[in-house]
Design a protein around this ligand. Sequence first.
Ligand code: F6R
Ligand code: MG
Ligand code: MG
Length: 365
Amino acid sequence: MRVTVSLIKADIGGLAGHSVVHPKLEELARKKLQEAKETGLIIDYYVYHAGDDLQLLMTHTKGENNPEIHKLAWDTFVEATEKVSKPLKLYGAGQDLLSDTFSGNVRGLGPGVAEMEFEERKSEPILVFSADKTEPGAWNFKLYKIFADPFNTAGLVIDPSMHDGFIFEVLDLIEDMYVLMNTPEESYDLLALIGTPGRYVIRKVYRKSDREVAASASVQRLSLIAGRYVGKDDPVLIVRAQHGFPAVGEVLEAFAFPHLVAGWMRGSHHGPLMPVGLKDAKCTRFDGPPRVVGLGFQLHNGILEGPVDLFDDPAFDYTRRMAEEIADYMRRHGPFMPHRLGPEEMEYTTLPGVLEKLRTRFKKA
Ligand code: F6R
Ligand code: MG
Ligand code: MG
């Protein structure tokens, strides 16, 4: 059976600033998706949050970019905004809903989307990741480790079905173009692009031997859509695991190093990406540090068996400790780069407003 997994998310209001999603928003979303399940529009769903982002994970048979599925997500966000965020005056009520009207697809309207369609295997482990206070390029490092670095993923060396490598689809967010790159043979070229995560982002990964889809990430940058600062994009990611794909543990291994990502306070700072369990999926210190949750499911005929809360595990305590140390180290730089982002990235924040005021004070040197 061909199944589509759609993960659609939006920040439609935070409880105490930008820290966490209000439980009533999740409750309403569950009710909406349960109704859609009963009418047969979707097969199954799971509602959760990562920080202040409401996450709608859905399975169905309608393929990617399906208007009915996207409308379901959009209507859920709109209704939750109207019935919960606005009356409770949650912070930034409806902030990611950039348009008043829905036009068949949530892409470009504010919410983040990752989707993939495939033939469900005899056993189909699916992992989903949701990050808060960072941008889509944050997955670049993880996806490279998972699908192209043999020091992370033993299967690239040992498993004949993965040994040919993977194909990375990389999007240039500025030029709105994409390129397919083969690993391992084009690894250095790939790294030359994705090492600039604010511009080049990995959208999809395919297994080279049979072009099976292995991973799908959300890629939109709201600031580039809206032309102004609208927070970071808090990306999502879907990964298939096992039996010719990286093992669950090889996927998770990439998260054991809390690499530096852009985002955090005011979308303007570099900080470590800290893996946490759902109970810690809230942003606190300096509106962060940037966090990622990971959930594991087994699909059976599109039903989501699970989840397993993958980072709710002492095996990641050391990573979290390291992240805390790095957070503290970075914080001590205060308003200085490289804690604060560089000028190019700051263009889409509130800083240009401040610099503009100073412009007339300058005299010829
Ligand atoms: C980061 C984020 C927050 C806000 C910060 C200031 O993505 O959303 O760090 O930027 O809390 O928010 P305002 O300007 O609304 O007070
Ligand atoms: Mg927010
Ligand atoms: Mg957020």
